[in-house]
Design a protein around this ligand. Structure first.
Ligand code: SF4
Length: 68
């Protein structure tokens, strides 16, 4: 049985739209309303180490992953 892919979430109360996430990983994140990041794709088919690296780059710690 394969593990459940991680889910990625953006805390829009913390996000200040610096754009690090959608600059680093435009396949995962986009510039949403008010400059807040939107998740374009969850962790499905994404290298988990890469995902964790991108999440760790958020200067506001607004990104998180959830694993089942
Ligand atoms: S890197 Fe963090 S603060 Fe910047 S847009 Fe992405 S979620 Fe928001």
């Amino acid at each position: 049985m394969s593990p459940t892919p991680p889910r990625v979430t953006v805390d829009t109360d913390l996000c200040e739209g610096f754009g690090v996430c959608y600059s680093l990983a435009p396949e995962l994140f986009a510039d949403g309303p008010g400059g807040r990041a939107l998740v374009r794709q969850d962790g499905t088919d994404v290298d988990e180490e890469y995902l964790d690296t991108v999440v760790a780059q958020c200067p506001r710690s607004a990104l998180s992953t959830t694993r089942a």
